[in-house]
Ligand binder design. Sequence first.
Ligand code: DAH
Length: 354
Amino acid sequence: MQEELERLRRDARDRLAAAGDADAVEALRHELFGRTGELTTLLRGLAEIGPEERPAVGRLANEVRAEVQGAIDDRLAVMRAAVMRDQLVAEAIDMSSPGRPIRTGHLHPVMTVERDFREIFHAFGFEVFEGPEIETDAVNFEALNIPPDHPSRDLWDTLYVAEPGTDPPVPAEDGTILRTHTSPAQIRAMLALDPPIRVITPGRCFRYEAVDASHGFEFFQIEGLVVDQRTSLADLKGMLEEFARAFYGAATPTRFRPGYYPFTEPSVAFDIGCLVCGGPGCAACKQSGWMTLLGAGMVHPSVLAAGGHDPERYQGYAFGMGLDRMTLLRYGVPDLRLLMGADLRFLHQFSGGR
Ligand code: DAH
């Protein structure tokens, strides 16, 4: 029995040395210590040994068992540590290396300008009111004092929505059109809100235009409307001058000229000193030294009435301008088609570094 134990001790040592991985070591553990394992079977034989021999043999058996168990546990620990180390090396992260930048995208330059406008007008106490892009003739024209067949309709080349099923297409009977300016949003704001009203209405507009360097069939405007009980042309002038200074700089020269719009009376055009030449005259300002920023005026009494407000009680002023043009001027882009095309290489130049 003692010899067998000694033989098993040596044998176990050799077999453990030969085990190449943790699975092989576990298999060996089972071969030795399993229910019918070699050492287990041997120890079971202890019962048959005589009482005088039993203490010495029992001690040796315990020693061999503890030694082999310990050797197996140590071997496994070493193997597992090696696996862990390999894994750590494979998954190592260099915490000091710079992060990869995430492309978050950025606003289109026209939207950047729109947001800047929103911010300035917000400071003046205006809220944003958005009207629909698909409008009706009644709101886009008639409520704005532009009856059918009025010659001023020629100012707005309209895209009509066709009556379903007509070929050739016939304009829809309910007068559905694509809005030609943001001015109809004035009517919608007046119908929705109670005075005092102070809103800007930014948004997309559509006209049946031949596309060139300064015209598109789709463009952006921003409109302003104030309706209150004591509103004057002086308020309008002061507000627009402040706006021009806030957006183009404190030294920007400004001027008002008489203008004509059916929905304002009186109407004005608002100019700023040429942003390209600064005054002496150049091709961009047609040698005048001035650039027209927007149209404006006091809201016509019949427009106030169409918006549901008594023109005897209320007055208001309004203004409207092209956002695309403002954007071209701000970034010095010579052609609207560059701005409205989908060439991201071009647009990324105005990303603000993103
Ligand atoms: N709706 C005009 C246009 O599209 C711009 C405009 C002019 C708007 C005068 C106004 C205004 O509110 O008072 O050309």
